[in-house]
Design a protein around this ligand. Structure first.
Ligand code: SAM
Ligand code: DTB
Ligand code: SF4
Length: 329
């Protein structure tokens, strides 16, 4: 498939592939933006019957105090960001937040736990009850909580969990410059456990952490050669947080986000590509270009985990000005 061919996809080209080569991906990622956008749009429309944006709201259930040393993260004990440890075992309170998210129009409710792995006992039992509560509202439920055991994955599946978010964050090559306390291989094994339990995978990463274009291609290669592809792929732009080793990095060029989204769309035609952290810094026009490039999900709600997100009102206006429909069920 060449990027400069402005034609419709043939049936051969419409096959979903799991054997992408690094140089092919790099060529797509670096290609003329105008052709990249065209190609991504064709793939998107060819594989997805309607253009609808999924709205996923986020809530941090356990905030801060995390043992991992992710260089971008405000919640790591290795960093000196001003985030106080806080755990919310108040199941009713969490369900109440989910209800508000649903009333504001969300499809999916994602709950975050800042820790290395899911803890047995009260924390895990509360997590299961939260998942059941979110599901009872008719929302999709997603959890992100680090590593888990096969048994925990099974119990989450039984509670009705739709998706588990566990990011690879960057390329295998760049990874060790960002995190030392957990290996890439451990992340891949967690994803296999989630998949084996019958829960869909939400797996993506961050750009703007000092990686090269080749690193971005290499990161996308790992995702695109998973069979099946992750059902959701969050693409975050680094939000540089004070007190983290990456605090003084500059915000990534918005067009780099457009390129990442478009390439992810071409490689993983049916996955939900979520335009994630960093949207406040992107501006309206770049976000619309990302939608055009095939982003079909956003985090929706005034806050992410510890940083802010565009307001619900601003997002309603954005989606209306782009003329896209929301809600996926
Ligand atoms: N502790 C769990 C884990 O790491 O799997 C879940 C929470 S963690 C905060 C979820 C993801 O948020 C990270 O993997 C990373 O991709 C993204 N993230 C965290 N801080 C970020 C930042 N400052 N800018 C952009 N993305 C960020
Ligand atoms: C993902 O890829 N991005 C979300 C979600 N998964 C959990 C988190 C973004 C966090 C941004 C920084 C913060 O708010 O702390
Ligand atoms: Fe912990 Fe997740 Fe933050 Fe890493 S990204 S420090 S694992 S909360």
């Amino acid at each position: 498939m060449t990027l400069t061919d402005c034609k419709s996809l043939t049936s051969e080209e419409s096959h979903i592939r799991f054997d992408w080569k690094l140089d092919e991906i790099e060529k797509i990622l670096r290609g003329p933006l105008i052709d990249l956008l065209w190609q991504a749009q064709q793939v998107h429309r060819n594989f997805n019957s309607e253009y609808k944006v999924q709205l996923a709201s986020l809530l941090s259930v356990k905030t801060g105090g995390c043992e991992e040393d992710c260089a971008y993260c405000s919640q790591s004990i290795h960093n000196s960001s001003d985030i106080s440890d806080q755990t919310d075992f108040d199941i009713k309170g969490v369900i109440e937040q989910a209800k508000l998210a649903k009333e504001a129009g969300a499809d999916r409710f994602c709950m975050g736990w800042a820790w290395r792995e899911i803890r047995e006992g009260k924390p895990f039992e509360s997590m299961l009850q939260m998942v059941r509560g979110v599901k009872s509202l008719g929302l999709e439920a997603c959890v992100t909580g680090g590593m888990l055991t096969d048994q925990q994955a099974k119990r989450l599946a039984e509670a009705g969990l739709n998706a588990y978010n566990h990011n690879l964050d960057t390329s295998p090559e760049h990874y060790e410059k960002i995190i030392s306390t957990r290996t890439y291989q451990e992340r891949l094994e967690t994803l296999i456990r989630v998949r084996a339990a019958g829960i869909t995978i939400c797996c993506g990463g961050i750009i703007g952490m000092g990686e090269t274009t080749k690193d971005r291609a290499s990161f996308l290669k790992v995702l695109a050669n998973m069979n099946p592809h992750p059902e959701s792929v969050p693409i975050n732009a680094l939000v540089p947080v004070e007190g983290t080793p990456l605090e003084s990095l500059e915000m990534v060029d918005p067009l780099e986000m457009v390129r990442m989204v478009a390439t992810a769309r071409i490689l993983m035609p049916k996955s939900r590509i979520r335009l994630s952290a960093g949207r406040e810094q992107l501006g309206k026009e770049a976000q619309i270009l990302c939608l055009l490039a095939g982003a079909d999900s956003i985090f929706y709600g005034d806050s992410l985990l510890t940083t802010s997100n565009p307001s619900v009102k601003a997002d309603r206006e954005l989606l209306a000005s782009a003329g896209v429909k929301v809600n996926c069920k």
